[in-house]
Ligand binder design. Sequence first.
Ligand code: X2X
Length: 343
Amino acid sequence: MNRRTIIAALAAAGLALAAAPAMSQSKYQAEYRLSTVVGTAFPWGKAGEKWGELVKQRTNGRINIKMYPGVSLVAGDQTREFTAIRQGVIDLAIGSTINWSPQIRQLNLFSLPFLMPDYAAIDALTQGEVGRDLFGILGKAGVVPLAWGENGFREVTNSKRELRRPADFKGLKFRVVGSPLFLDTFTALGANPTQMSWADAQPAFASGAVDGQENPLTVFTAAKLHTVGQKNVTLWGYVADPLIFVANKEVWESWSKEDQKIVRDAAVEAGKYCIELAREGLTGASPAMHKTIEGFGVKIVKPTAAERAEFQKVTRPVYDKWAKQIGPDLVKKAEAAIASRKK
Ligand code: X2X
């Protein structure tokens, strides 16, 4: 049995991993397991690949990162990823704030409807004091946070009709991600939300078991969601999910200071690359990706300011309820950072 098998067995048995540090870490592992939800067709997976390449090259192969897309180390259940990192079943991860928010309630911040109006607002949070506060919280929760990346603004899509106002959501069945906040948001809109992993979601679109979903357009195109009936897209930009690069604490501490610096710097570089890719074709007056998607026969709806305000109004009680759970001080700090952002 190697160290990882022992740790996995302990975790499966529900035993506290306080026992793990007693097993001395005399040498580096042959391989370090990096968890992501999606693979290299997506900016998220490309960032993981880049992180691994940079680290391997700069450590002369001392640290060899293997990517496990599809959160396969936790059998596709992305809401269990954070716990598995803490337990050492996963060595490294690039995770969405949404998927880790069941364990770290403050990460729900980014899912507050209509908190972030533009990319500058995301940057104002992740690159400022709010980002540092969240890294402090993750550090206390037992992982080592290294860098920010990005999944993107999550646009709503469905197979039935154009969505311009809350009334259009009525009765539609939506697949939502694993934070209960999303159930509240879609319920407030009058829809019928159901929580599902990404792995389960795609067959559910194909079979028509659910009508719609929300994800960044980079996910829409890479996963070819137009081929599973998603023929209507509404660009409402209601939330965005940053990605966070982290390491398991014990793995991190087993590395030399020199290697820690290499891994951290490479994460920052791969994170910047990820953010660039996540925004590619999505900025400017007539974004190229919108044209690409329309070319698939998909109808893109761009809500007017008044229509957007209507969505904001019906979801405001969800914002207020969750602001309390996230922590009013953190939310106020985020709102202030956004109000004074550089555009
Ligand atoms: O499951 C999703 O929707 C995805 C791929 O965007 C996340 O992992 C949050």
